[in-house]
Design a protein around this ligand. Structure first.
Ligand code: SF4
Length: 271
């Protein structure tokens, strides 16, 4: 029998989303032996493309943040195009994405057009890139979060999440968004000089964003939701499979008793 490793891993927005999508998928991902899981870790292609685009944006913004002199007024982020494209290519290859005609070129096009649209900010205005924070939730659960990029303008914090999609959230959906409002909660706590925080989603293909001030009640609702779902996870003893459209991309299908009656993971307690 393999020891469960749940207690060693902090929760995250994506792990919580995974539980809500399918409790059994959550258990197969987070309660099994991590070594065991290596062969089936391959993410769907659209997620890997998003990772490659993120790598390009991260490189460009890191270079802007580490610049030793202020930017020339009006200059755009495509001054870092070469390094950003190189980072995208490296990530693309590392993830085994297809290099058939057009696919990589399309991604490079999305990246470079986004960089051409964004101004270079002074280094001190970029608080961090791919920020990893390990915190406790208000109820004391270990939690890890990754913020794509955070900015400072005066006493205002801004958090952006890069999106690989042409579908932007509506302001109402962003107001109710657990991820960005939870991130806003933790980032504000870390920077007590800030009097407000703006949350935003930036669509790389659209070169457009939706951004608004995060209200205290939204952040409270988001962190309460996080703690509530963690409570459900910790009380769950069954982790029932939830068959849905998500099964189509689920790389745990061979282990899932809903799809494979011979699965050795039919009983969650056998972990
Ligand atoms: S195949 Fe479907 S039911 Fe089974 S773990 Fe994956 S998402 Fe859940």
């Amino acid at each position: 029998m393999t020891e469960t490793t749940t207690e060693l891993r902090p929760y995250s927005v994506s792990s919580i989303d995974r539980y809500l999508r399918c409790p059994r998928q959550w258990a197969l991902r987070y309660r099994g032996d991590p070594e065991d899981q290596q062969p089936r870790k391959e993410a769907p292609e659209h997620l890997r493309k998003g990772t490659a685009l993120h790598a390009g944006m991260e490189t460009a913004f890191r270079l802007a943040m580490e610049a030793t002199s202020p930017p020339t007024p009006g200059v755009k982020m495509d001054v870092y195009r070469e390094q950003a494209v190189e980072a995208l290519r490296a990530s693309w290859i590392e993830q085994g994405l297809p290099r058939t005609f057009g696919t990589l070129d399309d991604a490079i096009g999305v990246l470079t057009r986004a960089l051409e649209a964004l101004p270079v900010l002074p280094p001190e205005a970029i608080l961090g890139v791919e920020i990893e924070m390990r915190e406790d939730t208000p109820a004391g659960h270990p939690f890890v979060l990754y913020i794509d990029v955070a900015f400072r303008t005066g006493d205002t914090l801004r958090i952006w999440d890069w999106k690989n999609s042409r579908k932007l959230k509506t302001p109402a959906a962003l107001a109710a968004d657990v991820q960005t409002n939870t991130y806003a909660h933790f980032l504000l706590a870390k920077h007590p000089w800030a009097t407000r925080v703006l949350i935003g989603n930036y669509s790389l293909p659209l070169r457009n964003k939706v951004e608004l001030v995060s209200e205290p009640s939204w952040r409270e609702a988001a962190t309460s939701r996080v703690d509530a779902v963690i409570g459900w996870i910790e009380a769950d003893e069954v982790f029932a499979p939830r068959v849905s459209d998500a099964c189509g991309e689920c790389y745990f299908k061979p282990e899932c008793p809903a799809w494979n009656p011979n699965s050795p993971y039919g009983e969650i307690r056998s972990f």
